[in-house]
Ligand binder design. Structure first.
Ligand code: ZN
Length: 134
């Protein structure tokens, strides 16, 4: 079951420069910053009610975030939907012909399992599913 929008991911060139902008916007600094080797990225979260904005800076020239910024520039990268059982949701969505970027969930940031649905099968929108690790 899909529970809520967990966060909206925003690709940025420099977490330092963008943190400055978003800290002014929110009137507070990011509550959580972490490097996620599995995603070749450093992320910073700004909470908004039950959801948050996730700033994402690439840690590698050939990561998907670097490629995204090269192609489209900085901006909204993905929408993350929190689910109660990520494997169950992946099976359900595969049955509806959604194409996943990886076959199994991987470790995302902030203690979540994550999996990405290819934008080709979701109207050009990269969708991330996440489930809190137990
Ligand atoms: Zn995300």
């Amino acid at each position: 079951m899909i529970k809520k929008i967990n966060h909206i991911g925003i690709a940025v060139k420099s977490l330092g420069l963008s943190s400055d902008i978003f800290t002014k916007l929110f009137g507070q600094s990011a509550v959580h910053t972490e490097t996620v080797p599995e995603q070749n990225a450093t992320i910073a979260f700004y909470p908004v009610g039950e959801s948050s904005l996730e700033l994402i800076e690439s840690t590698s020239r050939d990561s998907s975030i670097s490629k995204f910024i090269d192609k489209r520039g900085e901006g909204i990268h993905h929408i993350c939907l929190e689910v109660d059982d990520i494997r169950l949701e992946m099976d359900r969505l595969k049955n509806h012909n959604f194409q996943f970027i990886q076959d199994a969930p991987t470790a995302g940031g902030d203690g979540y399992w994550v999996a990405f649905i290819h934008p080709k099968s979701a109207n050009g929108v990269l969708i991330e599913l996440c489930e809190k690790m137990k």
